[in-house]
Design a protein around this ligand. Sequence first.
Ligand SMILES: [Zn+2]
Length: 200
Amino acid sequence: MSQLMELREQLVLASKRAYHRGIQTGSGGNVSARIPGREQMLVKASGSSFEDSTTDGFIVTDFDGILVEGAGKPTREALLHGYLYRICPWIGAVVHVHSPYAIGWASTGKPLPCLTLHAQLKLRTDIPTLDIPSPMVRTEDFPLIRKMYENHPELPAFLLVDHGVVAVAKDAINAEHTAELIEETAQIAYLKAIAKKLEL
Ligand SMILES: [Zn+2]
């Protein structure tokens, strides 16, 4: 199997898993993978659902989100994916989802704490929350992203206020696992807060 097809299959698997885990509904969210050796990425076409992902459903764009190959329109959220690949050579895939508990937590503006031993082991750091008042991260927001990665070069994820989660990893499967773990951690953050409030 070609390397490109292997990447496409990982993207399909990650997308379907995210849908079935309930961390992305409808046509929201985005998944992408860096194409090794090129300033290009495979990214989900705008308007398609994670659930209906196929290997042909991922288009090739450059890091500015400009279409290079494939049928479909690149999402404007692809700009952020490309920027992350540009500034962090170790990132091989990005999974962006609008998962409800994580968005609920992000509305506090606080970082998501690593509450469980498993999260501490996997995430190794609290997950920062960025307040970007736009449905997509814009070029003018890039300095904020760059500064965050200068401070935490291996940061596995970050939250966007009223928007969602951005999880990164060496491949799409691992990035999706991180997105799941963020959602689970956000659920636990609420349960802990409720238990404390009820003085259980
Ligand atoms: Zn989004």
